[in-house]
Design a protein around this ligand. Structure first.
Ligand code: NAD
Length: 297
């Protein structure tokens, strides 16, 4: 088992980068242990289609993390024009590759390829993003499969900061299949929070957000959540990452869904963007890859 440490609550920042580094250190020593015992080292494969800058950055960060903890990795890159059939054949190839334990297909995919079809084609035992129907369904099991990576990362971040969840009102803004919806199940089913899920059709959003002891926002709408929408002392988790054009070397800045500067003074905890949920998603992928490896051997 990966050894868990608990962080001291000495700041109001939920520092995802720090916790992710801690998890990576734990995983690195786990890899050493596996090597010493002559056991298999986890191997993650990533499929990247096209040349979208953000997708390339995400995949590079995942590979960097694999290198850091000593996992093996394989990157398969395909042009934007790849057919759905050929992509599915490559997913099959990895499903059947005994040496590979985990597979991620970086989204979004080009319009002519069905992301649902490709995702569902991944063997649930290698689906370390936790996107397949089987893993999604197994969230509501006391013995879940591979958990959806971002919600799992948020759960782990809150746990390592000893945030009290049981009985608290958790309001989630966003009901996507990859973040908001599975997050609501995890919080209600595993953590015993009282959960409200809001989305684009929610009438009077502030009415709900103002009641949140724990507010988790995943909309991709930069700055949607302002200080007057927050209950003082709340714990705020900002999942959103949007690239905003800026006059700097990279040509953009990353902005979350929460107005960080105005919200930070009134909350008990808040995740920064970047450096909050993003690194925890990668840490979860690594944890899932280790779990997948152990389940297969
Ligand atoms: P999505 O587009 O699939 O879903 C967006 C959700 O937000 C929907 O449920 C929609 O109803 C809701 N929404 C949109 N506008 C709203 C509004 N004005 N009021 C209330 N609800 C609104 O997006 P997603 O995949 O869930 O991702 C959301 C954000 O999180 C994006 O910025 C994405 O880049 C980011 N993200 C970050 C990570 C990470 O690791 N940090 C992982 C996944 C997604």
């Amino acid at each position: 088992m990966v050894k868990e440490q608990t962080l001291k609550m000495n700041s109001s920042i939920l520092d995802g980068r720090k916790v992710a580094n801690q998890i990576q250190e734990e995983l690195a020593s786990e890899v050493n242990k596996l090597k010493n015992e002559g056991k298999k080292v986890p191997h993650l494969a990533a499929i990247l289609v096209g040349d979208d800058g953000a997708s390339q950055t995400y995949v590079n960060n995942k590979i960097k993390a694999c290198k850091k903890v000593g996992f093996e990795y394989t990157l398969l890159q395909f042009p934007e024009s790849i057919s759905e059939e050929k992509l599915l054949a490559n997913v099959d190839r990895i499903n059947n590759d005994e040496d590979i334990d985990g597979l991620i297909v970086q989204l979004p995919l080009p319009d002519h390829v069905s992301a649902i079809k490709v995702t569902e084609h991944i063997s649930p035992s290698k689906d370390v993003d936790g996107f397949t129907n089987e893993n999604y369904g197994r969230i509501t099991s006391k013995n879940p499969g591979l958990m959806p990576a971002t919600p799992y990362g948020i759960q782990e971040l809150l746990k390592r900061y000893n945030v009290e969840i049981k009985g608290k009102h958790c309001v989630i803004v966003g009901n996507s299949r990859t973040v908001g919806a599975p997050m609501s199940t995890i919080m209600a089913y595993h953590e015993y929070a009282t959960v409200t899920v809001c989305h684009i059709h929610t009438e009077n959003l502030p009415f709900y957000t103002q009641q949140a002891d724990i507010l988790i926002v995943a909309t991709g709408q930069p700055g949607l959540i302002k200080a007057d929408m927050i209950k003082p002392g709340a714990v705020v988790v900002d999942v959103g990452i949007t690239r905003i054009a800026a006059d700097n070397q990279r040509g953009y800045i990353l902005k979350g869904d929460v107005e960080f500067e105005e919200v930070k003074p009134i909350v008990s905890f808040i995740t920064p963007v970047p450096g909050g949920v993003g690194p925890m998603t990668i840490a979860s992928l690594l944890l899932n890859t280790l779990k997948a490896t152990k389940a297969r051997y």
